[in-house]
Design a protein around this ligand. Sequence first.
Ligand code: AMP
Ligand code: MG
Length: 414
Amino acid sequence: MPRDSKPRPLLPVDDARARILEGLVPGDAERCALAEAMGRVVASDVASRLSLPPEAVSAMDGYAIRVADCQTVGATLTRIGESAAGRPWDGRLGPGQAVRIFTGAVVPDGADGIILQEDVEAGSETDGAVITVNEVPRDGQFIRPAGLDVTAGDIILTAGTVMSARLISLATSAGHTDISVWRRPHIGVLSTGDELVLPGDVPERGQIISSNATYLAAFIRACGAVPVDLGIARDRAGAMLEQVRAASLPLDMVVTTGGASVGTHDHLVSDLSSAGTELGFWKIAMRPGKPLLHGRIDGIPLLGLPGNPVSSAVCANIFLRPAIAQLSGSKHRPQMIAAELTEALRENDQRQDYLRSSLRYGEDGRARVTPARKQDSSMISIYANADALIVRPPFDAAKSAGDQVMVMRLDPLM
Ligand code: AMP
Ligand code: MG
């Protein structure tokens, strides 16, 4: 068992993240129906098959006219037809003529403006009616020209984009029914510890219910990946390797929790020093979550998170989320905002601090953030109800109420 006897400098968070992301690439691309594409990552650029709108259409209910015919209030036109959505009028508008038109209907040839129905006096709702102009129209008014929104051939989705309901709508309008996306990565989740019982089992004295794997499975799904349950490895040499190697599916990454220190009952470090594996054992300059393992088992990247539920959850946000994004072909950008502290903070030490906090917007629209009174990394009740983490850089000076700090908003689903 290697002992971490000589003190090593703490690794900065950004350096650790960069090393974790090194070499992570997405798997294969696959076709995905747009109806199922929410949260999927576009694998190759998508061009529009159509121009939107394909022809000039009316933006309003009224009359398609020639603007030159309507230059005086009181001018009169003759209604000669009707163009409704889905039922275009196929003729050509001549001098002194008007075509009744409705929103979304094709503008007839010869017309160069739409006059609103409330800006005319119409003799009747039938062809032949006399239409009196009450308001002089502007050139081209209320016409949406062909290609106003999108031109056929325009790139509407770029590789690496995460599909949203809005983008699904855009791609559907552009004539697509399915797109090429990256395969969802498979992330193995392994808990470690002799004290753990499965959810549903009644813990005996000294035992606790394993919650990290449940958290991580939900987290991984929310990141758009597929969690693969690897169970609980007991605190003995080799248990972790056996369980990873017995996975039911090919894995793109393994995440473990606990057992990452070098205590008598922590075996991950020694397991990862064996054949077919690689070990990186880091002490990260962050709180919560100092010990972090990084390595490979039979070529599969492994991320060893701390055992404490809050530490493992915060580390999942900081390290696992960008790793999953990269394995999925996208890039994760944390949502950082500036907020005003509602209470004072002492100066920070050498570790980057992630304080569980509550973020509120005042009536003035400004963000205010209150750190939880207790920041113990075992307290899942505090983390579960937090909505933000105040991120304090190493050696940050003491802060007073009213000072600004940077805040990472927690994803409401994570
Ligand atoms: P370790 O890093 O293995 O020493 O674990 C640190 C702390 O996290 C211990 O108090 C463990 O009981 C707790 N812990 C480890 N794994 C889990 C888990 N899967 N669910 C909940 N707590 C855990
Ligand atoms: Mg343990």
